[in-house]
Design a protein around this ligand. Structure first.
Ligand SMILES: [Zn+2]
Length: 160
């Protein structure tokens, strides 16, 4: 996929992101009535899917140990079909954050994430402000979803 044009201002960028989100909602609504119900994968199909990446999450590349999710390559919400060749293995956390973003939307998210990560590491004004807000959000998220014992250990809670 070629790189799309760079938005000319922060407002144009915000409008583009909003537009991509609305397109995603419209796509989802358009296929919802014709979309087949989600179906369970057999143990054999899950084994086949996990073998495609030699037991690694297709999103982050990390080893999969324990529970994992079969991620639709072409999102179910967007009309992706239920066939083993439309699935790849993913960590629950990675799959939750991948969601059903379009390719263009997800590329923006990746670029923003990589850029912001650098800002945080360099302790720029933007990086410090973003890290402060992000960490506060993470604390709230873990409190919402973590079992009590995991929360005490400061672990990843329900995302692992
Ligand atoms: Zn992962």
């Amino acid at each position: 996929m070629d790189s799309p044009p760079i938005p000319s201002s922060p407002d144009v960028f915000a409008d583009l992101l909003r537009s991509l989100k609305l397109q995603r909602y419209e796509r989802k609504a358009a296929v919802k009535s014709n979309r087949p119900d989600r179906q369970a994968l057999s143990a054999e199909e899950r084994d086949e899917i996990l073998a495609k990446t030699a037991g690694r999450c297709h999103i982050c590349g990390g080893a999969i140990e324990g529970k994992w999710e079969a991620d639709h390559v072409f999102a179910h919400a967007g009309g992706g079909i239920h066939r083993a060749d439309n699935y790849l293995p993913a960590h629950r956390l990675c799959n939750n954050y991948r969601w059903d973003y379009s390719a263009q939307e997800f590329q923006h998210i990746l670029k923003l994430g990589v850029w912001l990560r650098t800002q945080i590491e360099k302790k720029t004004v933007v990086g410090r402000a973003a890290a402060e807000c992000f960490l506060a959000r993470e604390v709230r998220r873990v409190k919402r979803c973590a079992p009590e014992e995991t929360r005490m250990e400061g672990g990843e809670g329900c995302d692992t």
